[in-house]
Design a protein around this ligand. Structure first.
Ligand SMILES: C[S@@+](CC[C@H](N)C(=O)[O-])C[C@H]1O[C@@H](n2cnc3c(N)ncnc32)[C@H](O)[C@@H]1O
Length: 273
């Protein structure tokens, strides 16, 4: 994949997640301690979903700096922010999260959402976020734990097989069983970076069948990604059960069952500088 020409493979699923759970994600942004004139860094900003929400919260005097190393994502972020009419309040900067091109203490708040799988050295990245945040300011991290991020009411046996396979896949692909679970290690990461963990708030988004189009799209992409990631680590019976859950025409499918439910869990950590 070229940084200049393509968004990462997860981009569609992440965008679908934003759309399906926008209400709850707005609530997470509202829980960040912010005053209207604040200077906020959103890093990495990805498609600008949170940059736009932060800019709206800071109206009319605040300023968001949206930073990412990907030109494609910066371009998508510009489009997202322009679409809600907040371009004047957001500056876009191409930047490496480990070497931010900003002065010490330049921001009141630094916001970082769902990026600690991409940022392989979380403590080094958090130390850099700490550097650019003013003393007395905050670093706000929105993260999740892949083992219980998307909670579905499918058969218990399938759930247990998927969890076992997820741990094995993480160890094989990333060299660590906890690689996809940044939220469960976040408090330690924050402390190790010299920040003071102040609060943790888990945001639960519940949806019941019949799901609307945004939730259906997110589930389809999420289940497709889950299958691709776990195929080599699942026993044949579990893979067959997963395929039945994914197939929208199968009566056991979560996309068809009238009693299907989904809960998405994501956690906001606030740390003081
Ligand atoms: C999973 S996305 C999350 C984006 C956004 N915060 C969101 O929640 O939608 C991870 C982002 O990290 C960016 N990224 C990865 N490594 C980076 C680095 N070293 N410096 C800056 N951005 C980086 C990618 O380009 C991508 O936009």
């Amino acid at each position: 994949m070229s940084e200049k020409t393509a968004l990462p493979e997860y981009a569609d699923t992440l965008a679908a997640f934003h759309r399906a759970f926008r209400r709850e994600l707005c609530r997470a942004v509202r829980a960040v301690p912010l005053t209207s004139g604040a200077a906020v860094l959103d890093v990495p900003c990805g498609d600008g979903f949170y940059s736009a929400l932060l800019a709206r919260r800071l109206r009319p005097f605040g300023k968001v700096t949206a930073a990412d190393r990907s030109d494609s994502y910066l371009s998508a972020a510009r489009t997202a922010v322009a679409a809600v009419g907040d371009s004047a309040a957001v500056e876009f900067v191409k930047a490496d999260a480990y070497h931010l091109p900003f002065d010490d203490a330049a921001f009141d708040v630094t916001w970082c959402a769902q990026s600690f799988i991409s940022l392989e050295d979380p403590v080094r990245a958090l130390m850099e976020m700490r550097r650019v945040t003013r003393p007395g300011g905050s670093v706000a991290v929105l993260e999740d734990d892949d083992l219980h991020r998307v909670v579905l009411n499918w058969p218990v046996e399938l759930e247990m097989e998927l969890r076992r396979a997820a741990v094995a896949a993480s160890a094989a692909k990333y060299g660590s069983r906890a690689a996809l679970s940044p939220a469960r290690r976040m408090r330690q990461f924050l402390s190790d970076a010299g920040l003071t963990p102040r609060g943790k708030k888990t945001i639960a988004a519940d949806r019941l069948a019949p799901f609307g189009p945004a939730v259906r799209r997110f589930l389809r992409l999420h289940l497709r990604d889950t299958r691709a990631y776990l195929t080599d680590f699942l026993k044949p019976a579990a893979l067959a059960a997963l395929d039945r859950a994914i197939d929208p025409d199968h009566p056991e499918s979560l996309l068809k069952r009238p009693d299907a439910t989904v809960t998405c869990l994501t956690t906001l950590f606030i740390a003081g500088r």
